[in-house]
Design a protein around this ligand. Structure first.
Ligand code: IMP
Length: 430
């Protein structure tokens, strides 16, 4: 099994970090290949809770080499803070991390551009980004002229480069916001001083991850690829324009990491036993009632990156069947089963009604999805705390029936069931 991958099947926050941390010791390398500090991965180790935005979730395992590859956009200040914080807690992340020289950097102007656009509506609704400069950075990567990559931090022409970009960005920001205040926050000398410090800190960690990973595969070593966000936020295949700016479904693994698809043999799709979404965009099974509030409270559904309350709703089998196919999932990990323990009735969306017609395929257009009415199947809740379950045999029959039905609807076997945040609260189906 040369390369395995963990991919989110919903709108992110599916608890992928927990799984990557659990599976990491069975692999030689863990690879974070897309997204940036917009991600929030929580890893729980006994009493210690680690909230990671940038670092791969294998970082707590000293025997595992971790990589940040070309598809990631790095916010250096956040990355350095995360490295320092882990160091203070006795982890040595600088010893098992390599950052691609090709990865692009989120620069101060990107954060300001995200802020300038924050309230702009598309299709009548704001995207509600995490304000981490993700979209503006990817935009400059594709545009090329104003891009800054990790390797630039250790090149002699960095000050001239920043000077040129700042001049252009000041004009752009003033035009974008219709005000000069944001543009005035950009000072080329100050940014250069900061960037040179980033270079001192991150320079020793830079490497050509593309060659290193290909060498590792040739040597028969095992890779674990860690997806960030979820497949429904994929720039090409998600609920556009309410998406993130990278390929967050399985299709992004090769482009973001440089690992050819022929090596990827196991793709574990991660979904919650219900659904959540942060930010704007259509969400057919969203609950606006006490049940939604109950799920939010029991599941502690507040954003790791922004602290925003997450929108909560029922499991959408139409959406997850689509993303499981798109991402080439071989097994399903169903997370947060414990959260549903205290609900008398549980609904699962098995189709949509659009313009009076039943639709079983996930629509490609956000407008259609916004108008789609979910068709539900009702399941009796198991009303039994499952957080102490450690094997499938410990789960009540109604919980097993729910898992069986979800697996049937999605078309993929359930391989993992999570019943709480701790590593031990995980059941691997035989
Ligand atoms: P951006 O990635 O910050 O540009 O945000 C675009 C959309 O993706 C917004 O709706 C965000 O809330 C959402 N988003 C981005 N990253 C994550 C994540 O890691 N989990 C959940 N939602 C995310």
């Amino acid at each position: 099994m040369p390369a395995a991958c963990v991919i989110g099947l919903q709108w992110g926050d599916e608890a992928k970090g927990k799984l990557v941390d659990l599976l990491a010791p069975q692999h030689d390398h863990v690879v974070r290949y897309q997204g940036g500090a917009n991600a929030g991965h929580t890893v729980v180790d006994g009493d210690e809770v680690y909230k990671l935005h940038h670092l791969p979730s294998g970082i707590l395992h000293s025997s595992v080499q971790n990589y940040i590859t070309p598809g990631v956009v790095i916010e250096p200040t956040t990355l350095i803070q995360e490295l320092d914080q882990l160091q203070q807690r006795g982890v040595r992340p600088r010893e098992n991390l390599i950052i691609s020289q090709r990865a692009h950097l989120v620069m101060p102007w990107h954060l300001l551009e995200d802020q300038a656009m924050r309230d702009e509506a598309v299709q009548g609704e704001s995207i509600g980004t995490t304000l981490r400069g993700i979209g503006p950075c990817y935009r400059d990567k594709v545009g090329r002229n104003f891009a800054v990559r990790a390797i630039d931090l250790v090149q002699d022409d960095l000050p001239q480069r920043i000077e040129t970009i700042v001049q252009a960005k000041r004009t752009y920001l003033a035009a974008l916001s219709g005000r000069s205040e944001l543009a005035e926050q950009l000072n080329a000398q100050e940014i250069t001083r900061t960037a040179l410090k980033w270079g001192e800190q991150l320079g020793p960690l830079l490497g050509d991850t593309t060659h290193l990973l290909l060498d590792a595969l040739d040597a028969g070593q095992q890779l674990l690829m860690e997806g960030a966000q979820g497949s429904l936020l994929d720039i090409d295949h998600g609920t556009f324009p309410f998406v993130t700016s990278s390929n967050s479904s399985g299709v992004g693994i090769s482009s973001g990491s440089g690992v050819p698809s022929k090596w990827i043999q196991r793709v574990l799709g991660v979904a919650k036993a219900y659904s959540t979404r942060v930010g704007g965009g259509p969400f057919p099974t969203e609950l606006h009632d006490d049940v939604g509030d109950k799920i939010r409270k029991l599941g502690n559904e507040f954003g790791t990156t922004t602290g925003r309350p997450r929108r909560c709703g029922w499991f959408d089998a139409v959406a997850v069947r689509y993303t499981a196919r798109l991402s080439g999932i071989s097994g399903l990990a169903l997370m947060m089963m414990d959260v549903l323990s205290h609900l008398e009735e549980i609904q699962v969306c098995v189709g949509y009604e659009v313009d009076g017609q039943r639709v079983d395929r996930f629509p490609c257009d956000a407008g259609t999805l916004r108008d789609a009415k979910p068709i539900y199947e009702t399941h009796q809740g198991w009303m039994h705390d499952v957080s102490n379950a450690r094997s499938m045999d410990d789960l009540p029959p109604l919980a097993l029936a729910y898992l069986k039905r979800v697996s049937e609807l999605v078309g993929v076997p359930v391989e993992v069931v999570s019943v709480g945040p701790d590593r031990e609260q995980t059941i691997f189906a035989a």
